[in-house]
Design a protein around this ligand. Structure first.
Ligand SMILES: CC[C@H](CNC(=O)c1ccc(S(N)(=O)=O)cc1)c1ccc2[nH]ccc2c1
Ligand SMILES: [Zn+2]
Length: 261
């Protein structure tokens, strides 16, 4: 179906036809070449402050390209590190690959993909709301957390238990239990890379300060597979959702800074 931005036409490589900014100077995702990142002591001097609360996740929706846990942002704020103001949490979602494939994440590290990548999206509270912030150069801050196969993550499992309730695009259910998105942070969230980039889906606004956690989060192989039990529309009808990731684009004239030496 035309609606599927990854599977209609030539997919991400054709997005520039409708969204010329796809070939812009601060697009995302990118490959993080660890030989070219630059340690910035200022990032270590002013640590990232990540605050989440137990009561901020309200609902989960099938957006047609991922699941999305939506929040009113209460008590969930991000500041410090590369950020010059306070950003409020809005939602988290993920991107992942296909069965038995190694691709799936959007950012790569020295050319290596992870099986999935979580995005925790925040908007700059200097703007009135998310919609006002979404297209401003300092409008959004997204924390990216790589998933790697390992031990089960029971917390993320509670979110995945809701997938069967959102079988189609637009389906939405309330989250009536406490879920603290902080559970989805890797054990060490001090070490991260940061650079100025964009939304990784159309309209690809160049509005995101990316904060990519160096340490991945472990989830089980079954949990990676459960991501693919979500459904989306494809040119051949409704099928399992996977490969909902944009491959890395050129870094252009940017340096990725590291909070660690
Ligand atoms: C302008 C687009 C926006 C919907 N898209 C997003 O919010 C979004 C957020 C994060 C990422 S990623 N993968 O880079 O983390 C990609 C897309 C969007 C679209 C229509 C809207 N109407 C009201 C609000 C609103 C927001
Ligand atoms: Zn994303």
């Amino acid at each position: 179906k035309r609606g599927n931005i990854y599977l209609s036409g030539a997919g991400p490589s054709a997005w520039h036809e409708e969204y010329p900014v796809a070939k812009g100077k601060r697009q995302s995702p990118v490959d993080i070449n660890t030989n070219k990142t630059k340690f910035d002591p200022k990032l270590a001097a002013d640590p990232l402050t990540i605050r989440f609360s137990d009561s901020c996740c309200q609902s989960i929706v099938n957006t047609g390209i991922s699941f999305q846990v939506t929040s009113n942002g209460a008590g969930c704020e991000l500041s410090g590190g590369p950020l010059d103001s306070t950003y409020q949490f809005a939602q988290f979602h993920a991107h992942w690959g296909a069965y038995l494939k190694t691709t799936g994440s959007e950012h790569t590290v020295d050319g290596v993909s992870y099986p999935a990548e979580l995005h925790l999206v925040h908007w700059n509270t200097k703007y009135d709301d998310f919609k006002d912030a979404v297209d401003k150069p300092d409008g959004l801050a997204v924390i990216a957390v790589f998933f790697k196969r390992g031990k089960e993550h029971p917390g993320f499992g509670k979110i995945q238990d809701l997938f069967s309730k959102i079988p189609a695009k637009g389906a939405k259910v309330n989250i009536d239990f406490e879920f603290n998105p902080g559970l989805l942070m890797p054990p060490d969230s001090e070490n991260y890379w940061t650079y100025l980039g964009s939304l990784t889906t159309p309209p690809l606004y160049e509005s995101v300060t990316w904060i990519v956690m160096k340490e991945p989060l472990e989830v089980s192989v079954e949990q990676i597979a459960i991501l693919r039990t979500l459904l989306w529309e494809t040119p051949n009808g409704v099928s399992q959702m996977y490969n909902n990731f944009r491959p890395p684009v050129p870094l252009r004239d940017r340096v990725i800074r590291a909070s660690f030496g």
